[in-house]
Design a binder for this molecule. Structure first.
Ligand SMILES: Nc1ncnc2c1ncn2[C@@H]1O[C@H](COP(=O)(O)OP(=O)(O)O)[C@@H](O)[C@H]1O
Ligand SMILES: [Mg+2]
Length: 255
């Protein structure tokens, strides 16, 4: 794994990001910071700007204002070095695209391969290792569209690992994933965190946040709350962002 350029710097830092799509204000002065080796949950309802924030960090949408730094580097440099891996929201992937799981994981190596994209032994090794880590070796020849929801997520995590990413951005990693694979995905994400990687993941499943996330950010176009999960998931803040009541005392949340 590549060491951070500045060990003391946040792994992810967004300062005052404002993004419009035409007249639609999607992000309004959003700032957040995640230290290396942490899992941060990005919480918010549909349309609250979670995917837009990921795309802003990835340089896929242009911010009107604000800046992104990753591992102490400016966003573009960190991305060029392959330090940030992306697991997109399922809806944003064309599952009919005729590629195998191994092909998808190999795409993580493209940035290091040169224009002809001819894999070298090191590329193949990185891909096989990433497949093993995500428990997908037996499914490597399968077409990506023929996988279950949880297996698809793991394939994209494998792509990020093959790339050598230290920062993983996971957009709704639990959406469309059954309960059994959810536990597999959760265990994998924890292991990656324990090895020192930084994970920013979006979810609208609040019940999962306290056990998985070290910290949380509640987004509703702007940041409504951030901090420890139990601070962020206070009834008033959840009510403001989700418009729901809490079941019982500080237990599980409905949505
Ligand atoms: N490509 C786009 N063009 C126009 N509006 C968009 C586009 N993508 C997202 N939006 C709008 O921006 C807002 C935030 O969307 P999004 O970031 O996808 O939220 P979330 O991921 O939290 O559901 C929503 O109002 C959505 O309709
Ligand atoms: Mg989204």
């Amino acid at each position: 794994m590549t060491a951070a350029a500045h060990p003391a710097a946040p792994a992810v830092e967004v300062v005052d990001a404002t993004v419009h799509y035409g007249d639609v204000l999607a992000l309004d002065g959003v700032s957040l910071s995640v230290q290396p080796g942490r899992i941060c949950g990005l919480l918010g309802t549909n349309g609250s700007g979670k995917s837009t924030l990921f795309k802003t960090i990835l340089g896929l949408v242009r911010a009107d204002r604000g800046r992104v730094r990753l591992l102490g580097l400016d966003g573009a440099t960190a991305r060029r070095k392959g330090l940030v891996g992306y697991v997109p929201q399922a809806e944003q992937v064309d599952w009919d695209f005729p590629v195998s799981v191994r092909d998808v994981v190999m795409m993580g190596r493209y940035g290091q391969m040169g224009l002809r994209r001819r894999p070298r032994p090191a590329d193949r090794e990185a891909v096989e290792h990433a497949l093993e880590r995500t428990d997908l070796t037996g499914l490597a020849e399968r077409r990506i569209g023929a996988l279950s929801g949880g297996q698809r997520k793991r394939a994209f995590v494998a792509r990020a690992l093959a790339q050598g990413a230290d920062v993983l951005l996971l957009d709704e990693p639990f959406a469309g994933v059954d309960k059994g694979s959810e536990a597999t995905v959760t265990a994998l994400l924890r292991r990656l965190r324990d090895e020192g990687r930084t994970l920013l993941l979006s979810t609208h499943d609040l019940a999962q946040v306290p056990e998985l996330c070290d910290e949380a950010v509640l987004l509703q176009r702007r940041v409504i709350a951030r901090g420890a999960p139990d601070e962020v998931l206070r009834p008033e803040t959840v009510m403001e962002a989700f418009g729901v009541h809490v079941q019982g005392e500080g237990e599980r949340w409905t949505h």
